[in-house]
Write a protein that binds this ligand. Structure first.
Ligand SMILES: [Zn+2]
Length: 550
């Protein structure tokens, strides 16, 4: 059993052991796939002589890195999880140093590999710094509890971005790659010069250059936790700074493991879908737009709801056929009276209502960052809304209308921002090697689309929904919350039951900063029970971290 005297035969092998065997293996396979396949069987021969004629240096890439992705406060969103790798030359000393950390089976495998003259890379709980056995810290691209999974996306086996911002900014992120290598020396005929030991070499590894997003990691974590705490398994939360429409958080469930996407490929719940950016049936969170259109057009309207309303030959109902009696814009919003808004829509007319919808960006795709788009959804056009029934459907957010959580968050941030509409943004700057901002992204121009009078009125109306109406589950003692619920019929049936899309959209202020939040649940019960509690939790958690800030 003399490893030193055994001439090396044919290969270097990477073995991962101890508790993180699977993760380490998968990460290296996924991100640095060349390692196992191409470098797995390179020939080295062991030789204890420290000096040799015509010697050469051999290396093995342990990890490659690509551009950093930062949040708005320059906190790292990726490249945060460290891992210790230990490289061993094929020597008895090295084997003896590590065997107490390995199972008998692993020791046997390692011995066999060393006997063939292989360099071994191990994942051990202890660091080593000896001639034949040395440890180094490598950084994983994604952590085991990676935030912003859908937004960041993932890489293919060659290390190229194939989804999310990894794909959209692949050119920038892959322009500054670096690597970490194990290096050792061989003599002219390929024998490892054991006396020279093993070492590591880095080239531009974990360079600080990359991109900076508008995401606030603290707020992102609040959004992700709120979905889980409220048992929303299929849904999304979007949080905007209402003044700038910078996206502070974008969470979507279910999620996938960016370190091992194969796990998620067969999941029928579409874990790769970023629900924050996907259009859904809107329902009653659309009603404030109808209200604003009425106020802008000086329509002051009362209506006597008897539980249903006939438009042409079609009868539309209020929820559970509830008769809301005599309602004005305020009480109709508090009770989410469909009949009121259907009648109001007929008074406003399709042209004026659609005109405001277009000002809100509904039916248009949104470019959040370069080549990173939110799908347009559907806003009916003048042609398809030429019947009274189609207008009635639109007036309470049903019919053809589809919009994503990010679209609706942008609508509500206009209410919170004095009637100024601005498209949302996600990208803040490109970051150079010295962590300086270069190519700073300018905010898009804002445009006043609602008068001060309209804003004052809709602000009161949306506050009363939370304080006196069916948005009470969003009420908090910490912040003054405004918003609207929705329980939208999707028209999609599973096992005879119609899938319902539920929502809460609203806003609140902490320390003079206004936050707009859109919450969506796929296949929910009601916006009041599913999503309003999420809003309450988000508002309180943001209050707790931001009220004492600065
Ligand atoms: Zn009603």
């Amino acid at each position: 059993m003399d490893i030193l005297n055994h001439s090396c035969q044919n290969s270097t092998r990477v073995i991962f052991m101890y508790k993180r065997i699977t993760i380490a293996f998968l990460i290296l396979t996924l991100v640095f796939g060349i390692l196992i396949s191409n470098l797995g069987f390179i020939a080295f021969k062991a030789n204890d002589s420290p000096v040799s004629y015509n010697r050469s240096q051999k290396s093995l890439t342990l990890s490659t890195s690509r551009g950093m992705i930062y949040d708005t406060n320059m906190k790292k969103i990726v490249n945060t999880e460290k891992e210790i790798l230990t490289a061993c030359l094929p020597t008895t000393n090295a084997l003896n140093s590590v065997k107490e950390y390995l199972t008998d089976e692993e020791v046997k495998g390692l011995y066999e590999d060393m006997n063939k003259g292989k360099i071994s890379i191990l994942n051990l709980p202890k660091r080593f710094n000896e001639n034949h056995i040395k440890s180094v810290t490598m950084v994983n691209r994604y952590s085991s509890d990676q935030p912003c999974v859908h937004l960041i996306g993932h890489l293919d086996q060659s290390g190229n971005g194939v989804m999310g911002l990894e794909k959209a900014y692949n050119e920038i992120l892959s322009s500054d790659t670096g690597n970490l290598k194990a290096v050792w020396s061989c003599d002219a005929i390929g024998n490892i010069l054991l006396g020279e030991g093993i070492d590591f070499e880095t080239s531009n590894y974990m360079s600080p250059s990359g991109i900076q997003l508008t995401i606030d990691l603290d707020i992102q974590q609040i959004a992700e936790k709120a979905l889980i705490n409220n048992k929303i398994e299929n849904g999304a939360v979007v949080i905007l700074n209402s003044h700038t429409n910078e996206i502070l958080a974008m969470a979507s469930l279910p999620t996938f493991n960016p370190n091992d996407i194969s796990q998620s490929l067969k999941n029928p719940d579409s874990p790769f879908l970023n629900r924050s950016m996907t259009p859904y049936c809107v329902g009653s969170v659309f009603k404030p737009i109808v209200a604003c259109s009425a106020i802008e057009n000086n329509i002051n309207f009362n209506y006597n709801c008897n539980g249903n309303i006939k438009v042409g030959e079609t009868v539309f109902n209020c929820s559970n056929n509830t008769a809301h009696g005599n309602v004005d814009i305020d009480s109709a919003m508090q009770h989410s009276c469909n009949c009121y808004f259907i009648a109001l829509g007929q008074k406003i007319g399709a042209e004026k209502l659609l005109s405001l919808c277009k000002n809100f960006g509904l039916g248009n795709s949104l470019e959040l960052a370069d080549n990173f788009y939110v799908k347009s959804g559907i806003l009916p056009d003048e042609g398809s809304i030429n019947s009274q029934q189609a207008l009635a459907n639109l007036s309470f957010g049903q019919g053809e209308l589809l919009a994503s959580p990010i679209h609706l968050a942008t609508v509500y941030s206009c209410f919170a921002n004095g009637g100024y509409y601005r498209p949302p943004t996600l990208m803040k700057a490109v970051i150079d090697q010295n962590k300086n901002q270069i190519k700073k992204v300018e905010l898009p121009q804002e445009k006043k689309i609602l008068s001060d009078e309209t804003i004052k009125k809709i602000d009161d109306v949306l506050k009363n929904v939370v304080y006196m109406g069916n948005g009470r589950n969003a009420l908090s003692e910490m912040t003054e919350n405004h918003g609207k619920t929705a329980t939208a019929q999707s028209g999609w049936f599973v096992d005879g039951k119609e899938i319902t899309h539920t929502w809460f959209c609203g806003y609140f202020e902490v320390n003079s900063t206004s936050y707009t939040v859109a919450i969506f649940k796929d296949d929910g019960q009601s916006g009041a029970t599913d999503c309003a509690p999420v809003f309450k939790e988000v508002s309180e958690e943001i209050y707790l971290i931001k009220s004492n800030a600065n």
